[in-house]
Design a protein around this ligand. Structure first.
Ligand code: ATP
Ligand code: MG
Length: 305
């Protein structure tokens, strides 16, 4: 069946990205909570229709590591995209609680399995692997979202994509001036995966903006500097695993099969990890953070008056 706006009851906003907003909604006919992403595009109806058709392939992306797709439609110049609601949100908002190595291993193992599935079964390269696109629920599931399936959508979004946190592989940054889409191979995703893993572990983006005077200096460091590494507090296996992703030459990076058979993820497959417990702690931490921030803001306002 096809989803349309009339069937949806809008709830609160879940977050904001560079291209639009994500809201929690209720799909009334089925009583299913969903996340609805709104992307504003200045395109004619033919192109918007092409995007909706291209997104249809997402109905085949059914896997435990992939956020479920429910449907898409457009109204005026906005594309609306409905997906599984993940009730613990994205990893960028949770990793601040601290990520012990077994939890890191489990998160990464979910991510690699999802990426491998997309590539092997659907010939899809993700193109946007980063902590905000890794979603978590209270059951402890970890799933990927926002992968590139629509050429038309990518083309329409590509132009504005210069952020201060780049997960782009060196070859992609170099190739950007020529043609970003053609220089992208699956190993570019492996770089982004390595960088995302590092960020989840250390609790911050590995090329911190305060170290570089501008975006150009930061991109130069990615292209010409040594790749960043996991700190020594992590085990040799974990550090080595990250190193095999963060190789500057794309041909030198590990494949998904190699990443899965690496001792780091082999260890993960043999142990029990209480992901549900970690998510509960992370949510509690986030709640306390927000309370504190709210209190500080109120104090500041009182002092102003
Ligand atoms: P960018 O625009 O650079 O891709 P982003 O991934 O943060 O950044 P969006 O994809 O628009 O931007 O998502 C905004 C936020 O909404 C995310 O950071 C995440 O916290 C939240 N979010 C997105 N999808 C879901 C979902 N299915 N369930 C729960 N929360 C979600
Ligand atoms: Mg996103």
């Amino acid at each position: 069946f096809a989803i349309n706006m009339n069937q949806l009851q809008l709830w609160e906003e879940l977050g904001n990205g560079a291209y639009g907003t994500v809201k929690r909604v209720l799909h009334k006919p089925t009583n299913v909570a969903m996340a609805m992403k709104e992307i504003r595009l200045e395109l004619d109806d033919t192109k918007l229709n092409a995007i909706i058709m291209e997104l249809d392939i997402l109905h085949r992306a059914v896997h435990p590591s992939i956020v479920e797709f429910y449907g898409a439609f457009f109204i005026e110049s906005c594309v609306y995209y409905c997906m599984e609601y993940m009730d613990a949100g994205s990893l960028d908002k949770l990793y601040g609680v601290g990520v012990p190595e077994p939890v890191l291993g489990r998160i990464v193992s979910f991510m690699v399995k999802g990426l491998k599935f997309l590539k092997d079964e659907l010939q899809i390269i993700h193109r946007d692997v980063k902590p905000t696109n890794v979603l978590v629920n209270k059951k402890g599931d970890v799933k990927l979202c926002d992968f590139g399936v629509s050429g038309q959508l990518e083309k329409s979004l590509a132009k504005t994509n210069i952020g201060c946190q780049s997960y782009m592989a060196p070859e992609r940054i170099k190739g950007e001036s020529q043609n970003a889409l053609s220089t992208y191979t699956v190993s570019s995703d492996v770089w982004s995966l390595g960088l995302a893993t590092l960020e989840i572990a250390i609790g911050k983006y590995p090329y911190p903006p305060e170290t570089y005077s501008n975006v150009f200096a930061q991109l130069t460091a990615i292209v010409h500097g040594d790749p960043p590494e996991l700190p020594e507090t992590y085990s040799c296996v974990a550090r080595n695993w990250v190193n095999t992703c963060l190789v500057k030459r794309p041909e030198g990076r590990a494949t998904y099969a190699e990443l899965l058979s690496h001792p780091f993820l082999q260890e993960d497959s043999r142990r029990n990890v209480d992901m549900r417990g970690w998510v509960a702690r992370a949510l509690q931490w986030r709640y306390t953070q927000r309370e504190q921030q709210g209190r500080l803001r109120r104090q500041e306002q009182e002092q102003l008056h």
